[in-house]
Design a protein around this ligand. Structure first.
Ligand code: GLA
Length: 394
């Protein structure tokens, strides 16, 4: 088990250091020495309760975590656009989508251009300890880290709300990943030591302090890669939208018990989005009341709903959740993120974290793939030089 960010258990998350992750040296290693790099660093996110509801206006309880991705960017010496990372390297004449690791970064270039911020051809490198395809929002994190790096290079500022929009434009509209806004909002607005409650219908949010010094979140990768851009995620989103439309509800919190009126084949999806949003509300109450067992139960119920009604779990995720729950001191466990693989998150007493990590590793077969994470600050706190009230449009 690794302690994310290399920090001591129970301490406050400190500012995330750009120097801690070697994106800039990676740039030199991959493309040779060049101009001084601008750096952006963004955290991942963990959802506690409220999965697969953000795209239908549901309620989500989440946090940013101290696992990060860093993007280093510098002007290209010859007008070619280049990206290096994850042992791969791509280059092209235009910052266009091509179905490779460059897409997310080039999508940021296009999204900034739509806002009137013109970025010159760049060489870019990605590094960090936030695992990719693990259900921890690495896609949104790499996009937002790149946005910060590019804004720094261009010496431009952007408001927090605009940065969320920019991230969504890049990921959803340009890269074509049919995501909701949970990841972007968590990564931008999260505050150190706090949990964020998001209303994805009206954009409201509030935060509550993490109430338990003695309990923490342990995340463990399953080794099964998930893909938010994939066909199945899109189908879940379409079914949720169809359930809302069939009931004349513009958002899932309006459904209540009325999922029972849906056609039998839509009922499970309707029940998931209706009950998951109620569980998220209950999770806020559990956090505010300091009811660790209550939050754990809600996480268990969330997993069950994702498994049975949303059908986004896998046998390995189910087995990991089951194994974690057997460990004394584990209060609850569920898949995190879009599912179809990815990771499991458990709410665990710190004293039981090693045992829980071992139980999870025994199922996944992965030894060094779990992290004790803490609520970390988002970009609104960590990048005040580029994220602030002043808009790029003004
Ligand atoms: C991915 C998407 C989010 C959200 C989750 C599931 O992380 O990017 O918008 O839909 O899956 O809750």
């Amino acid at each position: 088990m690794t302690r994310a960010g290399g920090t001591s258990p129970g301490g406050e998350a400190g500012p995330i250091s750009d120097a801690a992750h070697p994106a800039a040296p990676n740039l030199d290693r991959t493309f040779g020495p060049g101009a001084r790099a601008s750096i952006g660093t963004a955290p991942g996110r963990v959802t506690l309760v409220g999965e697969h509801v953000d795209y239908v206006g549901g309620h989500v309880v989440c946090m940013a975590v101290d696992l990060v991705l860093t993007v280093a960017v510098r002007p290209s010496p010859d007008g070619w656009w280049r990206v290096g990372g994850l042992g791969q390297r791509v280059e092209r004449r235009e910052p266009a989508m091509a179905g490779d690791i460059g897409d997310r970064l080039f999508a940021v270039v296009q999204a900034l251009d739509r806002r009137g911020v013109s970025i010159p051809p760049l060489e870019m490198a990605v590094a960090g300890d936030l695992p990719a395809s693990a259900g921890l929002a690495s896609s949104a994190a790499v996009i937002l880290a790149a946005a910060v790096a590019m804004l720094r290079l261009a010496r431009r500022r952007i408001s927090a709300a605009e940065l969320v929009e920019l991230g969504l434009t890049a990921e959803r509209d340009i890269a074509g990943i049919p995501c909701g806004d949970l990841d972007q909002r968590a990564i931008v607005h999260a505050r150190a030591g706090e949990v964020l409650a998001l209303d994805c219908a009206d954009g409201a949010r509030r935060s509550a302090p993490w109430p338990w010094p003695e309990a923490a979140l342990l995340v463990a990768a399953s080794g099964e890669q998930h893909d938010v851009g994939g066909h199945e995620y899109r189908r879940r989103r379409e079914a949720a939208e169809a359930a809302c439309a069939a009931l004349g509800a513009s958002t899932c919190p309006e459904i209540g018990e009325r999922w029972r009126e849906l056609d039998p084949q839509l009922q499970p999806r309707g029940r998931h989005i209706a009950t998951e949003t109620l569980r998220a509300d209950a999770a806020v109450r559990a956090l505010e009341a300091g009811d660790v067992a209550g939050l754990g139960r809600l996480m268990d119920e969330s997993h069950e709903s994702l498994r049975r009604d949303c059908e986004v779990s896998t046998p390995r995720l189910d087995a990991m959740v089951e194994a974690a729950r057997q460990v004394p001191g584990c209060h609850g466990a569920r898949l995190v993120g879009a599912g179809f693989g990815g990771s499991v998150v458990t709410l665990v007493d710190r004293g039981a974290a090693e045992a829980c990590a071992a139980a999870l590793a025994a199922v996944s077969g992965l030894d060094a793939a779990s992290w004790l994470v803490r609520p970390a600050p988002g970009l609104e706190s960590t990048a005040p030089d580029v994220v602030g009230d002043e808009s790029v449009d003004t």
